[in-house]
Design a protein around this ligand. Structure first.
Ligand SMILES: Cc1cc2nc3c(=O)[nH]c(=O)nc-3n(C[C@H](O)[C@H](O)[C@H](O)COP(=O)(O)O)c2cc1C
Length: 242
């Protein structure tokens, strides 16, 4: 194993879900910003970057978010929290920005590969993400998938739920980047899904289509912050070769 791999393994192994923090210990708030800069480098579906990160820093905001996280110990004692938000609804504006960036950076005439990339954002992305209250797009996608999949392998995404799941996957990858980066900075984290999403959305003034992926507590770990020994099922039970 090379030195970089060894350092990475060390960071991954050291990360635990920490439920109690030293509230008064010195905390470098810049570490959060640096880690968020690494979070957004996570791979994400179609590079649409349909995520947002809300830093919860003031005592009043922390107290309210802790209350909405059911007063979990990690939330109550965190030195800061980051709310990871899924914005599937931003697919249109973000794909327009990606297209604008392509027009700016691609040389003309477009190569075949660049042309395909432009078409992907002009045609495929709307086909996948367009959502109407009557379910007409879902019906259209179902027909398309039924026809195309008879001819061979075809991606079977048809519903708005598929688009939402895609956004959650990307947000979770960014969250993991953030947690590992904070670990490398010498801080601990705890991802939390135990929260009142409706109230938390209202507190953050988020629009109806926004969804919360997770709330991440972070800070200096207290001695008794890790509740139990790490437990994982044996690798051979979950890793398969085909
Ligand atoms: C999506 C997600 C949600 C979680 N929600 C909570 C939570 O609400 N409260 C909590 O104390 N831990 C939460 N955890 C932490 C897990 O319980 C923890 O990662 C798991 O038990 C494994 O322990 P380890 O992270 O220390 O290896 C969550 C983890 C993930 C990935």
């Amino acid at each position: 194993m090379n030195q970089e791999a060894a350092t990475f393994a060390q960071i991954v192994k050291a990360r635990r879900a920490v439920r109690k923090y030293e509230e008064e210990a010195p905390f470098d708030e810049q570490a959060v910003q640096r880690s968020l800069a690494l979070a957004v480098l996570a791979p994400n579906s179609s590079n649409l970057q349909t995520w947002e990160f809300f830093r919860v820093r003031t005592p009043a905001a922390k107290a309210e978010v802790a209350r909405l996280c059911m007063n979990q110990s990690a939330a109550r004692t965190a030195q800061e929290m980051v709310v990871v938000v899924c914005r599937t609804d931003k697919w249109k504006v973000n794909s327009r920005r990606i297209l604008a960036n392509m027009r700016h950076s691609f040389s003309t005439p477009l190569t075949k590969r660049d042309q395909r990339a432009v078409e992907y954002y002009q045609r495929n992305i709307p086909l996948l993400y367009l959502h109407d209250p009557f379910g007409l797009m879902t019906l259209l996608r179902r027909i398309l998938v039924a026809v195309k999949s008879m001819q061979g392998p075809f991606v079977r995404w048809t519903t708005h739920t598929n688009a939402r799941i895609i956004t959650h996957k990307s947000a979770a990858l960014a969250a993991q980047n953030f947690m590992l980066a904070m670990q490398a900075e010498g801080y601990a984290t705890c991802p939390m899904e135990g929260f009142d999403e409706k109230r938390l959305k209202r507190f953050l003034k988020l629009p109806r289509p926004a969804e919360i992926s997770m709330v991440i507590a972070t800070g200096v770990p207290a001695d008794e912050g890790v509740y139990s020994e790490r437990f994982r099922f044996p690798l051979e039970e979950v890793v398969f070769e085909v």
